[in-house]
Write a protein that binds this ligand. Structure first.
Ligand SMILES: NC(=O)c1ccc[n+]([C@@H]2O[C@H](COP(=O)([O-])OP(=O)(O)OC[C@H]3O[C@@H](n4cnc5c(N)ncnc54)[C@H](O)[C@@H]3O)[C@@H](O)[C@H]2O)c1
Ligand SMILES: N[C@@H](CCC=O)C(=O)O
Length: 543
């Protein structure tokens, strides 16, 4: 039993290491990459604390070197999902009963392991398996995941501390119960931090989890699981399975104990999942919590007063870092006609210098896209733009999949504001620019607002405070994360809580108290110190 009302250690963001030539972290990361690349690993599923091997092996390969095998994972089938559900339900009573400070300790320890002894292993796994360069891996698989774990522990205690008032003679309390049943964490390929956050956020609040990562991010998911086990997550609390999404959904959404889904991925998949849950609603013991952060058509809007160099830099970083595979990546830009040539001149200067290649060569700014399906989709979009009378490819436009899935940073100029790549998410290093007449700011804002189903991130650039004020107001519902004079990527846990509206998701803000509140079901307790002994109220008495 707790013998105190504890405060957790002060929480701050994990510092980003530089990996500059000669730095110790660069040497350590290079040695880890060499070691991990040189051997093949065997990756089991983890169900109820047991390593489960099926012998149905799938190869894991670096997207930038697809003939090199990093190892194999054991693919499961529907019965493994049922085993994971059973394990989660079996682990639940003890986990739910554990005092919060012990849950907190486990996840704070996981953060320390990630920022310390596991830092380079998790970075190297992300670099090799998901083709992130050292900087992109560091901000994701070292800093963002450590921040999620630490800040969420802080938010958990803040939630527990929020209590109602009590009148004289009574004591009101709110108890934050975990959900009844299990939570399904369905995670995307593009951020190791998100893959780690989706199972741990509900687990921290006392829930037990079935976790299915993307098949293209199993290599780093395995390292995350190693960390969770080392940190002391008990058997059955987080069960990691590799089963196809549709097969997993069929079993999970038929279980009466399904209590919620924590999803990040594409909008189409989320909408199918929502429908599926709706169709099965009569089967569940409670109304499942549905939390999903999905796609985007994130924008940069340049006002005629904005400086060209700053906008060009935001384009290069915001659209092409991690090959544009951030849900936050700029994929459409609105540039005034008077500034277009100047902005493009700066962007061309950047693109001339950018190197593209594998992640083990630290000088490569751009690496490979995640897999062949993505490569083919991006290559087709480029070919269609080249052939279309409504578009022009004004930068990049080349691709090659002979060694890795490489697509050069590409800019399409849309000659019509509703050209397809102005509206649909491609999820790759392709930015579409629409050039507007300087005196058509209002009309262009309407196009921006109505031109896509998404509302995830957006950035405005302006050098006039009246213009900034106007744009902030006019674009209220176009982005859940809005940037003034900065690129639309790179939200930091604790500083810019992340998530979007409209088709981009439920906007439950990953790494915030709002998100953690979705994983609890509060019970209000009223205790009366001296109970009433007379049913009568004074107004019923005779004069
Ligand atoms: N809004 C955000 O915070 C955010 C963050 C990261 C990524 N994203 C979005 O994620 C997408 C990229 O990630 P992705 O390619 O891994 O997404 P995805 O939708 O293809 O996959 C996400 C997860 O769902 C599973 N899945 C795929 N099809 C399924 C189906 N039919 N039924 C059940 N599960 C299925 C996948 O195996 C994976 O584990 C982009 O659209 C991006 O914008 C959004
Ligand atoms: N925190 C990241 C989230 C990206 C999602 O894929 C960003 O803001 O760029």
């Amino acid at each position: 039993m707790p013998k105190g009302i504890y405060n957790i250690p002060a929480v701050t963001n994990e510092p980003i290491l530089s990996y500059a030539p000669g730095s110790p972290e660069r040497a350590e990361l290079q040695a880890t990459l060499k070691d991990m690349r040189s051997r093949e690993i065997d990756v089991p599923m983890y169900i109820g604390g047991e390593e489960v091997r099926t012998g149905n092996l799938f190869a894991m390969t670096p997207p930038h070197d697809h003939q090199h095998v990093l190892g194999h994972y054991h693919q499961g089938e529907k019965k493994h999902i049922q085993m994971a559900i059973d394990a989660a339900l079996a682990a639940k009573p003890a986990w739910e009963a554990m005092a919060w400070e012990h849950r907190a300790s486990i996840f704070l320890k996981a953060a320390e392991l990630i920022s310390g002894p596991y830092r380079q292993k998790l970075n190297a796994a992300t670099m090799l398996g998901q083709s992130k360069n050292a900087y992109q891996a560091e901000i994701d698989s070292a800093c963002e995941i450590a921040d999620f774990l630490r800040f969420n522990v802080q938010y958990m205690t803040d939630i527990y501390k929020q209590q109602p008032i009590s009148s004289k003679g009574i004591w009101n309390r709110v108890e934050q119960r975990p959900l009844e049943g299990f939570v399904f964490a369905l995670t995307p390929f593009n951020f190791t931090a998100i893959a780690g956050n989706l199972p741990t956020a509900p687990a921290m609040m006392g829930n037990c989890i079935v976790w299915k990562p993307s098949k293209t991010a199993v290599y780093s998911a395995q390292v995350l699981m190693e960390v969770f086990i080392k940190a002391g997550v008990p058997a059955g609390v987080i069960n990691l399975v590799y089963v196809s999404g549709p097969a997993a959904s069929e079993v999970l959404f038929s279980s009466p104990d399904f209590a919620g889904i924590h999803f990040t991925g594409s909008t189409g998949v989320f909408q199918d999942i929502w429908k599926n849950i709706g169709d099965n609603i009569h089967k569940f013991k409670s109304y499942p919590r549905i939390v999903g952060e999905t796609g985007g058509k994130d924008y940069i809007f340049m006002h005629p007063t904005a400086p060209a160099k700053e906008v060009a830099t935001a384009i290069t970083r915001g659209a092409f870092e991690y090959q544009g595979q951030k849900c936050s990546a700029a994929s459409r830009a609105f540039i005034p006609a008077s500034k277009y040539d100047e902005v493009m001149a700066f962007v061309h200067e950047d693109l001339k210098k950018i190197k593209m290649g594998g992640t083990e060569d630290f000088t490569n700014f751009v690496n490979a896209v995640i897999d062949e399906a993505s490569f083919n989709k991006l290559a087709s979009a480029i070919d269609e733009a080249k052939a279309s009378p409504d578009a022009e490819v004004v930068a990049g436009g080349t691709y090659d999949k002979s060694v890795g899935y490489f697509v050069a940073p590409t800019i399409i100029r849309a000659l019509k504001h509703d050209y397809i790549t102005m509206e649909e998410e491609l999820f790759g290093p392709i930015l579409t620019i629409y050039v507007y007449e300087d005196d058509q700011v209002d009309e262009t804002l309407d196009i921006l607002d109505k031109g896509s189903m998404y509302a995830l991130t957006g950035a405005i650039f302006a050098d006039c405070r009246y213009a900034i004020e106007k744009l902030v107001k006019r674009l209220t519902h176009t982005a859940g994360n809005f940037y003034i004079n900065d690129k639309p990527t790179g939200a930091v846990v604790g500083q810019q809580p992340f998530g979007g509206g409209r088709g981009s998701g439920t906007n439950d803000k990953a790494g915030s108290m709002i998100n953690l509140l979705r994983w609890v079901s509060p019970r209000t307790i009223k205790e009366t110190f001296v109970s009433a002994t007379d049913y009568m109220y004074p107004n019923f008495l005779e004069d």
